[in-house]
Design a protein around this ligand. Structure first.
Ligand code: FES
Length: 243
């Protein structure tokens, strides 16, 4: 998987509340995702331009985030607007955090490390969050594993085929019967991947037992993806030892 012009999911929308921040990684790059108090999500480089403190440790106040270390305050555009040690200073525009395009669709927060991504193909149906699963393995291994586990229907009890469909390099749909599960793939590093799962449907139908049903499936899927592969024996060497 390449960073390319893709949108990448970096978390479930409900996991970042208004007025909070969290750190994550995408292709080994450290990012802060934060939500201002009006509800808008932002994804930036997780590094204060002053002395390099992680901004994910900072405080969200209104429409800005303040660094934990010396309190520099950055507005939604990433520009430093206030330095507590120099309250009268007109802050130079060069004191700026790199910011990335951010969208929310399908119950996930998406970002792109390029400036010109293709549109996200998620429709705006209601979604219900399931979980963000972090697993040891590459994004390729996670994608290859999606078809490993049969997904039992929840909305109807009739047996149905499990169908895996690729919408983009980072977004898959696993469906069975009337149920549709969105799976966003976050390549944290070459060996670490996050799967962000949401159900397409109404909270009335899926909240509670339905979320648990799909979480069980996802946990089994993670076990299957992480299961160590059998090590091939060198038959010639083994035979020599027996003689
Ligand atoms: S390191 Fe962020 S304000 Fe000093």
């Amino acid at each position: 998987m390449s960073s390319g012009d893709n949108w990448h999911p970096i978390g479930l929308s409900h996991s970042i509340e208004a007025g909070s921040s969290a750190g994550t990684r995408l292709f080994d790059q450290e990012l802060v995702v934060w939500r201002d108090t009006s509800g808008i999500a932002h994804v930036w480089e997780d590094r204060c331009p002053h002395r390099g403190m992680k901004l994910s440790f900072g405080f969200v106040r209104g429409d800005h985030i303040a660094c934990l270390y010396h309190g520099w305050q950055y507005d939604r555009g990433g520009y430093c607007q206030y330095i507590p040690a120099h309250p009268d200073l007109e802050v130079p525009k060069t004191f700026k955090v790199p910011v990335y395009l951010t969208q929310e669709q399908g119950g996930m927060i998406w970002t792109t490390l390029s400036g010109n991504p293709s549109p996200l193909p998620v429709d705006r149906d209601q979604t219900v969050p399931v979980h963000s699963l972090y697993l040891d393995g590459s994004a390729g291994a996670a994608i290859a594993g999606l078809g490993m586990m049969r997904l039992m229907p929840f909305a109807s009890q009739d047996p149905a085929e499990t169908i895996v469909r690729r919408l983009t390099e980072t977004l898959y749909v696993v469906s069975t019967g009337d149920d549709r599960l969105l799976i966003g793939i976050q390549a944290i590093s070459e060996r670490r991947t996050a799967l962000h799962l949401t159900i397409c449907g109404s909270p009335e139908l899926y909240e509670g037992v339905g979320q648990g049903h799909f979480l069980d499936w996802a946990l089994q899927l993670r076990r299957a993806i992480e299961r160590p592969r059998p090590v091939a024996l060198t038959v010639r060497g083994a035979a020599a030892e027996m003689n």
